[in-house]
Write a protein that binds this ligand. Structure first.
Ligand code: ZN
Ligand code: ZN
Length: 405
């Protein structure tokens, strides 16, 4: 689950910088991905293309382009794209009048320029470049806009342009050791920020103020692009929250779902706990049921297992405790892939036959939602290993606080 971002004012920041003075920038604790690593990713993509029976992948600006090259470029009505062929060679498709800017933006990941002029549109030049490179079939990134797909099909052949999802999922779905280190650290930092914020909370605080504290605490730790949900009491029964602000009362159940990015890699953690009083027995019971479902999903993760098994395991745990195994009380999938995108393929949903491999990272986030009463979710990021799965940071110990075991 992901939600809004908020920008603290200068006054908020000055005030909260004092509150969170103990949290300092941890960005230096893990190296960012290097140009040499991205070069190796292009070569790995080349091998995957061969294995999937296609000759090239075409990618518009976005996370797959960043993954392969580090290049950022704003989407516009004109096609700017990366083409990688099975030999791992890059080409940049760019409007001709943008060619010099493209050369400077792509300096760390250079490639031959396939320029197109305004009157000709990108398709004929792109089709010529593909033919010249000996390509018979080109895969397109799943996020490539359909108008460009259709234009390319008209110029290069309807059947010669295929959906690249199997290739991009194989490419980005399995994380290497460096990526796992980045994801682990990002999620440890978010958990640390949640704990630090929890220690400042008292009845009377608004959901907006909690969100500001989550933002500043994570930014002080070095995370960027911080987003948050801070849902009080029944508001948490809507998994993406509600618009109106609420004020924390003594004994209210608070659900915090938040994250940010460390060198581009995402965190995403949810903690549900009771503030200012001991949790009621019913809240303790439901928290334990959700925790059991989270562990059941975790235990289902191992190489060779299918993604749907984790979702099913969580639902069986809920059913054993008397809740619906369907979508009545737990109305979303148990988890999503995570990496450069907060939500990315493959996902842990009940219909996914994706076969798990070491290095795949997911959220594990069951919940129980009782409209008008409460919503309770616990979310951690986990990684499939050679013989099971590992968990980033600490499991939440209980509904009294977000602290780990
Ligand atoms: Zn989340
Ligand atoms: Zn999530």
């Amino acid at each position: 689950m992901a939600s809004i971002t908020s920008s603290p004012t200068a006054d908020d920041r000055a005030r909260l910088d004092v509150t969170f003075a103990a949290l300092t920038d941890e960005r230096g604790s893990v190296e960012p991905i290097s140009a040499a690593e991205r070069e190796a990713r292009c070569r790995r993509l080349g091998r995957l293309l061969g294995a999937h029976g296609v000759d090239a992948l075409l990618v518009e600006p976005g996370s797959t382009m960043r993954y392969l090259t580090g290049v950022e470029w704003g989407l516009s009505e004109r096609l700017f794209a990366l083409l990688v062929t099975a030999d791992g060679v890059r080409r940049w498709v760019t409007p001709a009048f943008e060619a010099s800017r493209a050369a400077s933006v792509t300096a760390e990941a250079p490639g031959e320029c396939v320029a197109w002029d305004e009157h000709e549109h990108p398709y004929a030049p792109l089709a010529s470049a593909l033919r010249a490179a000996g390509c018979a079939r080109v895969a397109v990134d799943p996020w490539l806009r359909f108008r460009f797909v259709q234009g390319l099909r008209d110029a290069f052949g309807e059947a010669a342009v295929v959906l690249g999802e199997p290739v991009t999922t194989a490419l980005r779905g399995v994380k290497d050791a460096h990526e796992i280190k980045l994801l682990r650290r990002a999620n440890e930092l978010t958990q640390r920020a949640i704990s630090a914020v929890a220690r400042t909370l008292e009845p009377g605080v608004t959901s907006t103020e909690i969100a500001l504290r989550l933002t500043v605490a994570q930014e002080r730790l070095g995370l960027t692009d911080v987003w948050h949900l801070a849902l009080i009491g029944p508001a948490a029964a809507f998994p993406h929250g509600e618009e109106r602000e609420r004020t924390l009362g003594a004994g209210d159940l608070l659900l915090v779902d938040t994250g940010g990015k460390l060198h581009g890699y995402c965190s995403d953690n949810t903690r549900s706990w009771v503030v200012g009083a001991a949790p009621r027995p019913e809240v303790v019971r439901i928290w334990n049921v959700v925790r059991d479902a989270q562990r059941a999903a975790f235990d289902a993760l191992r190489p060779g297992a299918r993604a749907c098994e984790a979702d099913r395991a969580a639902r069986r745990a809920l059913e054993r405790a008397g809740f619906s195994p369907g979508y009545e009380h737990f109305f979303h999938r148990v988890g999503h892939g995570i990496g450069l995108d907060g939500h990315e393929d493959p996902h842990l949903d009940g219909g996914s036959e994706a076969v798990l491999e070491p290095g795949m990272c997911f959220s594990d986030e069951p919940g129980i939602y009782l409209p008008g009463v409460l919503g309770l979710r616990i979310e951690d990021i986990v990684c499939v290993t050679e013989d099971g799965a590992e968990h980033f940071g600490e499991w939440q110990a209980g509904p009294e606080s977000p602290e780990g075991e």
